[in-house]
Design a protein around this ligand. Structure first.
Ligand code: BG6
Length: 507
């Protein structure tokens, strides 16, 4: 890997502390960082290099999945320098450029610069502009911009932001982070259907009955009410993470696909999703907000009573959707998506339900057999399980489900940020959100935003600690389906995994 300078905006912030420094450190321990790298962190506070290094060290002790020894921590933080920066002060960028150049000269490295924006979205444009104006972006080597979400607030603001950024960086230089794309099981999913002919053969409407994508959280709005109350589940989770999971699940990739293929195929999926009309959004979208309830035995407030939430708020803390991808492979297969705060449990998973043999549905119902399922658990568990039917040795003529573990011994997997930062340093954009996808997902979501804004569909309350409003269950029941695993009896426990089998993995 080429020597690199990471220029980190927002170095004193929470994300840097919890995710970025631990990710860099774990990459360092695994020798996956460039042999010579330097990091220059910026923030508003007046910190010395030593104080900054001590803060980074502290964050590793608190948040890193591995501690390493004292020596490795010390030699890791030695690469860190600090510069005070007021985002709107042009002269601060000139000072920063001098520091970057001085470090490059000291280390004898070319000017490969990775600018990482871990700051509020209101700062994206001025920073990009000042990088360009100050000369920081005029490198002899490569330059890249890594940018956190949210990328816009709606279709128009996302387009405006993109236009502004493209004055300083080309599309190939922009790495938009969606941390769901860094999750190890999402990356394995891509390998699963790309490199296994059996899976490839089944990956279509001939064999798949429906697909369910769930991201339930037990946490509420926490200290983020001022942000969340203007954003809701639709912008916070659905437009980005959930649609990215849908794309990653539905793409049909040729063997040995390049990053470009992945981008094109994802774009195709977004273009093929049947568009919504603002007036009829309610037919396929359920909007919910948590009422008071209890989670793991503890009473919790209603969203409307959380500190910082507007009086009479109509904000969505839950959204469920039914989508149809209108192409050769997926026509007729419903994709159900749901995400919510203050749900019964934390679980991020994709369930692929296969069709029953045609005409035999009535037989199957009475003999203990279940539909074949492929279950991809992303959080908190990380697993991939195939549910099949086998004959029940104790009851002749009856079946019982068996579970094949397709991703055993997950052990200590890399965190999403490790995968993403490594890829950005390598210049591999596969698991980042490309502009086409981002624009198309905002365009698809826009009628939902408008309908929510104009209250064209009901806001259903659901008790905290439940699986969301009853209307979300009813949406599936109307089509003869149900959300898998809301019933504890359906859950696949570890002991249930009968046959371990390794699958090609890349993480
Ligand atoms: C973030 C959202 O992008 O993702 C948060 O802003 C949410 O509201 C989080 O809690 C969920 O991420 P994960 O990895 O815990 O599922």
């Amino acid at each position: 890997m080429e020597p690199t300078t990471i220029v980190l905006f927002g170095a004193t912030g929470d994300l840097a502390k919890r995710k970025i420094y631990p990710a860099l450190y774990n990459l360092y321990l695994e020798k996956k960082l460039p042999e010579t790298f330097s990091l220059i962190g910026m923030g508003r506070r007046e910190w010395s290099d030593e104080f900054f290094q001590a803060q980074v060290e502290k964050s590793l002790h608190e948040f890193s999945r591995r501690q390493g020894d004292h020596q490795s921590v010390k030699s890791f933080v030695k690469a860190f320098r600090y510069s005070v920066l007021n985002i709107t002060h042009k002269e601060d960028y000139i000072k920063l450029l001098q520091l970057v150049e001085q470090r490059e000269a000291e280390l004898g490295i070319p000017s490969n610069r990775l600018f990482y924006l871990s700051v509020g979205p209101e700062f994206f444009e001025p920073i990009a502009e000042n990088i360009q104006a100050s000369g920081l972006g005029s490198t002899q080597g490569w330059k890249r911009l890594v940018i956190e979400k949210p990328f816009g607030h709606d279709l128009q603001s996302a387009r405006d932001l993109n236009r502004k950024l493209s004055e300083s960086f080309t599309e190939e230089e922009i790495y938009r982070i969606d941390h769901y794309l860094g999750k190890p099981m999402v990356q394995k999913l891509e390998t699963l259907h790309q490199s296994n002919p059996i899976m490839k053969a089944l990956w279509n409407n001939r064999y798949i009955s429906n697909v369910q994508i769930t991201a339930n959280e037990t946490v509420g709005v926490e200290e983020r009410a001022s942000y969340y109350d203007h954003v809701g589940a639709v912008r916070d989770m659905f437009q980005n993470h959930m649609l990215q999971l849908l794309m990653m699940m539905a793409i049909q990739l040729p063997y040995n696909s390049t990053s470009e293929n992945v981008g094109q195929k994802k774009k195709h999926i977004m273009e093929s999703i049947q568009p919504l009309q603002k007036q009829t959004v309610g037919a396929s979208i359920i909007r919910g907000q948590y009422a008071a309830g209890s989670i793991q035995g503890k009473p919790v407030h209603a969203y409307a009573d959380e500190p910082g939430v507007a009086e009479n708020t109509m904000n969505d803390t839950f959204i469920a959707a039914k989508l149809q991808i209108d192409d050769f492979f997926w026509r007729g297969v419903p994709f159900y998506i749901r995400t919510g705060k203050r749900m019964k449990e934390k679980s991020t998973r994709i369930v692929i339900e296969f069709k029953e043999p045609s005409g035999q549905g009535h037989l199957i119902k009475n003999n203990g057999s279940k539909p074949n399922l492929l279950v991809i658990e992303m959080s908190p568990d990380q697993s991939m399980t195939l549910q099949l039917n086998a004959s029940d040795p104790e009851n002749k003529g009856e079946f019982k489900p068996v579970h094949i573990d397709l991703a055993p011994n997950q052990g200590d997997l890399a965190e999403a940020y490790e995968n993403l930062i490594r890829d950005a340093l390598h210049g591999d954009p596969t698991f980042f959100a490309h502009w086409d996808e981002v624009e198309l997902s905002w365009a698809w979501v826009q009628p939902i935003l408008d309908a929510f804004n104009e209250n064209l569909l009901p806001l259903h309350l659901y008790p905290a600690g439940s699986y969301g409003p009853a209307e979300s269950d009813a949406m599936l029941e109307a089509e003869g389906h149900h959300w898998w695993f809301d019933e504890p009896s359906e859950l696949i426990s570890e002991q249930d995994s009968d046959v371990p089998m390794a699958v090609n993995g890349n993480s």
